[in-house]
Design a protein around this ligand. Structure first.
Ligand code: FAD
Length: 402
């Protein structure tokens, strides 16, 4: 299959890119690993209309890209294109504390996704904890579906959250609307979970709460693996783009959370700009979402240093391979730890434990290799990805890197 433009990710950014690109009359393909378009925020929404002329493939995962571009997807197979728009979104950041891998602990957005997909939460007592605006959205969704919210534990201080809202008053109505759906639910600031035992959580204040579930997420981590695989430059962990959403690799554009965690409006604006630019249409000069907002959001919800020392020696850091803190502590970098302990070599391929070891030990992944997601061996046999040179372990090892 050959298309003029391929868009990876059908969240708000990818959908906005598809709408803009479709105006050009070029052939567009949109792929996403979920059952339906919508990404994280519109998961389960029924009214998402795709522009005519856009071919959408759900439940399709990209696991490798060859120069040129040949996209290797599972289970669809190979797609050829000359222009690529990456709108791969973000995932939650988990930080380990004793008990965080026990049944009853969920990612905050993860539990929300399960509930949106039909999981029954009625009558369950839930503490929503961690950091960021997502906590309010999760608590509101869970309450609407019948959960009893024991509280929201936000690790940031009340003062910094209020200062942020004062600086960005346009965000206030959204915050008030969410809070209105949570009347009676305590919003605790400067508080985080320190231990979970079945049906009980201990908070940093020393208080314990009886709960059924702990829904916990400490912010978002951009999904930059595909961009890194292509050789796109990252700045401070985010994909570097210019005012037309162009990355540092020719004909690769990026929009939404991978360029900076900034929420729905930023994702929509960048998606529109990427779709227009990638198809040779005029791009609006107006930018209402700037780097300053992204930086202020990150500063407001910056993580308290004590969160990095909650794990005990026996606390698991890599849950796929069951590797504990004590096992990893003697190593100096992730590559050594991976080779000796298998940390990061399980099914999540370091998506969960990578950010954890980065925050706890300062380690960073040195290379991103295909397959980018686990795929059946039969699919791998169809790839044409050239082997990585023996002596090149850098993040920019892809042949298309200028
Ligand atoms: C778990 C979670 C829950 C969230 N819930 C809310 C909420 O309730 N309210 C709110 O305001 N904001 C929420 N957010 C934040 C929200 O996602 C952003 O504000 C914004 O909407 C992101 O848009 P996006 O298009 O950049 O990314 P996303 O909406 O994340 O879309 C990216 C899409 O790309 C797909 N994708 C990624 N990699 C691949 C691949 N290799 N192959 C195929 N498909 C791929 C993903 O499955 C996803 O569908 C949530 C974020 C997360 C991580």
């Amino acid at each position: 299959m050959t298309f003029d433009v391929a868009i990876l990710g059908a969240g708000p950014a990818g959908l906005a890119a598809a709408r803009a690109a479709a105006r050009s009359g070029k052939s567009i393909v949109l792929i996403d690993d979920n059952f339906a378009p919508g990404g994280q925020i519109w998961r389960g929404a029924s009214q998402i209309e795709l522009p005519s002329g856009v071919r959408f493939y759900p439940q399709t995962r990209l696991f490798a890209v060859d120069p040129g571009f040949t996209l290797h997807t599972e289970p669809l197979g190979t797609i050829h294109t000359t222009t690529l728009i990456l709108a791969t979104g973000a995932r939650e950041l988990f930080l380990p504390f004793p008990g965080w891998t026990l049944p009853g602990v969920f990612g905050a957005g993860g539990l929300q996704a399960l509930v949106k997909a039909g999981a029954d939460i009625k009558g369950k007592r839930v503490l929503v904890a961690g950091s960021g605006p997502l906590l309010l959205a999760v608590a509101a969704t869970l309450r609407k579906r019948g959960a009893r919210i024991a509280g929201i534990a936000e690790q940031a201080n009340f003062g910094t959250v209020v200062s942020f809202l004062k600086k960005y008053p346009a965000k206030l109505p959204q915050a008030i609307a969410l809070r209105a759906r949570l009347i009676g639910v305590p919003y605790m600031t400067g508080v985080w979970p320190t231990r979970f035992e079945p049906r009980q959580v201990t908070l940093s204040t020393g208080r314990t709460l009886k709960i059924d579930y702990l829904a916990c997420g400490f912010g978002l981590v951009p999904n930059t693996e595909v961009a890194q695989h292509l050789g796109c430059r990252l700045d401070d962990g985010f994909v570097a783009v210019d005012s037309r959403q162009r990355t540092t690799v020719d004909n690769v554009y990026c929009a939404g959370e991978p360029t900076g965690i900034g929420g729905l409006d930023k994702a929509l604006e960048e998606g529109e700009r990427a779709g227009a630019a990638a198809t040779g249409q005029p791009v609006s000069r107006k930018r209402s979402h700037t780097g300053a907002f992204v930086r202020d959001l990150a500063a407001t919800f910056a993580l308290h240093h004590q969160l990095y020392s909650l794990a005990g020696p026996e606390t698991i850091l890599c849950r796929c391979e069951q590797v504990t803190h004590a096992t990893l502590a003697p190593y100096r970098e992730w590559r050594d730890a991976k080779l000796q302990t298998r940390c990061g070599m399980g099914a999540c391929q370091g998506r969960i434990c990578g950010p954890i070891v980065h925050h706890l030990f300062g380690w960073t992944a040195t290379s991103i290799r295909p397959p980018l997601v686990p795929v059946p061996a039969a699919s791998l046999l169809t790839t044409e990805t050239p082997p990585e040179p023996e002596n090149d372990r850098s993040d920019n090892a892809h042949p298309s890197n200028p």
